[in-house]
Design a protein around this ligand. Structure first.
Ligand code: SAM
Length: 231
């Protein structure tokens, strides 16, 4: 389970009613039972339950079981799409090891607002399920123009372009630091495509001969990058 505070050996930490219900009623755990907690700072800890009830639970980290993972410096920058699919995309970004998830508004972006708290909750849940010890950072939603203008020095821009044609070229995938850029369901418009392609950091990659939905493209690009450059 994720706790959003730094865990220390011997220092009790409190979980809220939802987590307590999950531990007590779903997993049927009581005082003394061991739970694995992680804080996205120090790593994962074995933490026995000290007390548990309807209002919450108190656990005391005993020893660290895993250090925080090394997170490859890979971002996923994607135009918001329909809520459930964008939340799915956030989960895959977490499961497939992304360090950061950045919503990017483009001309054809259908969805103008994202619920940051919900996206973060989906990433936390995904991290617990896939046993990560780190959670992708959620970047501020920003316009494509601003993202390109302020592009971080030295970071490769992996422009996923359905018009790039051909089979996905694993060796075309640049190493870290890198960022995958995925367009909206309506795609990038001509001006955006030209602007992205002209960016000095841009590497244009194909994800295969079919036109993938934006969420599928995100998962495919993350998987390809991991196959080519992941550790
Ligand atoms: N232009 C597409 C169309 O005509 O339907 C719409 C864009 S597609 C649904 C959403 C995004 O996924 C694209 O902007 C691109 O970033 C990515 N994408 C989809 N298929 C791809 C492919 N075969 N190769 C590279 N990127 C792809």
């Amino acid at each position: 389970l994720f706790v959003d505070e730094e865990l220390k050996a011997g220092v009790a930490t409190a979980l809220g009613p939802d987590a307590a219900r999950y531990l007590g009623s779903v997993l049927r755990l009581g005082a003394g039972a061991d739970v694995l907690l992680f804080d996205d700072r120090t790593g994962e800890w074995r933490a026995p339950i000290v007390e548990i009830g309807k209002r919450g639970a108190v656990l005391r980290p005993a020893e660290r079981t895993r250090a925080r993972e090394r997170v490859p410096d890979l971002w996923l920058c994607a135009a918001p799409i329909k809520r459930a699919r964008f939340e799915w995309m956030a989960e895959k970004a977490c499961e497939l090891g992304a360090a950061r998830f950045v919503p990017v508004v483009t001309a054809h972006t259908e969805v103008r607002g994202v619920k940051a708290e919900r996206l973060r909750a989906h990433m936390i849940e995904a991290a617990e399920q896939c046993e990560r010890t780190a959670i992708p950072a959620l970047g501020e939603m920003q316009a494509l123009k601003v993202l390109l203008r302020d592009w971080p020095e030295g970071r490769a821009l992996i422009f996923c372009d359905e018009e790039a044609g051909g089979e996905p070229a694993l060796d075309a995938m640049p190493g870290e630091p890198a960022a995958i850029l995925i367009g909206p369901e309506g795609g990038f418009n001509a001006d955006e495509r030209a602007r992205i392609a002209a960016h000095p950091a841009a590497v244009r990659v194909s994800l295969g001969p079919r036109i993938l939905r934006a969420d599928t493209a995100a998962a495919a690009a993350l998987s390809l990058w991991q196959a080519a450059r992941g550790d």
